[in-house]
Design a protein around this ligand. Structure first.
Ligand code: ZN
Length: 150
């Protein structure tokens, strides 16, 4: 089954479940698709909600490194570990460690009191929640202790 986000001529958004893209096309051709809110048969597929930029600034997940040739033939768990350690490498080399000052520094950057730059550091749950409440985009990733980083 696949799910398409659909939009009727009246602007109602709803989900349609189909066995395939062909199934969707065929139902649409035969006018079997109807808006559940207003019954309109004028139904179009729209990009999935996850891909909509709603205008608000949202934290971007760290880019996942691409799978590479040395991962061929490895089991999925080993591949996941390799991808994870490469993602950590990227984060550790591209960000400045501000340690326990993370919440204060993130706030200064957000309010443009200091130059914007990628930072990492530690924040308590309360500090994290406060940043989110203020609309400051922060992402949390689990980091192994420093002595295990290599
Ligand atoms: Zn409608």
């Amino acid at each position: 089954m696949i799910v398409f986000d659909l939009l009727c001529g009246g602007g109602h958004r709803f989900e349609g479940w189909f066995s395939s893209a062909d199934d969707y096309a065929s139902q649409r051709e035969r006018n079997l698709l109807q808006c559940p809110d207003c019954g309109s048969g004028e139904v179009h597929r729209v990009p999935s909600a996850a891909r909509f930029n709603l205008g608000a600034e949202q934290p971007k997940p760290a880019p996942m490194p691409a799978k590479t040739a040395d991962m061929e033939g490895k089991d999925p768990f080993a591949i996941a570990q390799m991808l994870y350690s490469r993602m950590l490498d990227t984060i550790l080399t591209k960000t400045e460690d501000v340690g326990r000052d993370f919440a204060d520094e993130a706030r200064r950057i957000h309010y443009e009191e200091v130059a914007a730059r990628p930072i990492r550091g530690q924040a308590t749950q309360a500090e994290h929640d406060a940043l989110i409440d203020e609309g400051i985009p922060v992402a949390r990733i689990p980091l192994p202790p420093a002595d295990q980083l290599n």
